[in-house]
Design a protein around this ligand. Sequence first.
Ligand code: SAH
Length: 259
Amino acid sequence: MFPNIRIILVETYHPGNIGSVARAMKTMGLSQLYLVNPASFPHPEATQLAAGAEDLLSQAVVCNSLEEAVKDCALVIGASARLRQLALTNFTPRQAAEALQIESQKGEVALVFGRERSGLHNDELNYCTHQVSIDGNPNYSILNIAQAVQILCYEIFNAKQLTTLTSTHLNSKPSRKKTSQLPTLEAIQDFEAHLEKALAASGFLNGASDRALKELQNFFRRTHPSQHELGILRSLISRLEKQGHFYYQHANKTNQDTH
Ligand code: SAH
């Protein structure tokens, strides 16, 4: 039912949890399971707890890093009990499910879950475009990973029913114009590298540079530019680079002429 929505588990320790996640996913019609460096997989406990969802385990994609698992995705939502990365927009489970449902009609999207003990690390949240948290008892809000997967997959399942009903009712396709499609993480990283190169060449990054660059990158990630807008930003940077190059050469030449 959801070929473009992948569930990613980062460094899951207990193989039984991987099996329970597969079961939770299958009950809600999801099938794409990605495992980043699982401690033990395949494992009999995973198979046992999958209880009829072994097909998801045998098709699971095992990756060496979160970057590898999400690089072709446009929307990457990190699930966290505590919202740690303040630069990212936070979703409720329902908002996350709606966003995944809508964006998955145009390309690959991901929902990422952290380790049982330490969750998602900050460097991993850097690969996320948004975060989601399931509200509960403020004094005890950390769920077992498979239960967190179950709740979010249930919301995805419901979001699909709603979108289908609404679109049948309105007799319209729930797709956005091509120009407003979200870029993949790879495209955003290319943009960030381009921006960094241009800022370094301009002298803007002299001195206390790292922080300013990080803040600019956070700003662009928070605004979620479309593919089209990212294209405009990149041609703008290229044009400024060319101008800068021209002035640099011109200034050098004038310097040489006067000496
Ligand atoms: N001790 C870890 C909790 C890990 S629980 C921590 O402090 O982060 C394993 C994973 O389940 C988490 O990384 C998260 O992806 C998911 N999870 C657990 N409770 C959640 C909640 N309330 N909201 C969203 N995700 C949750």
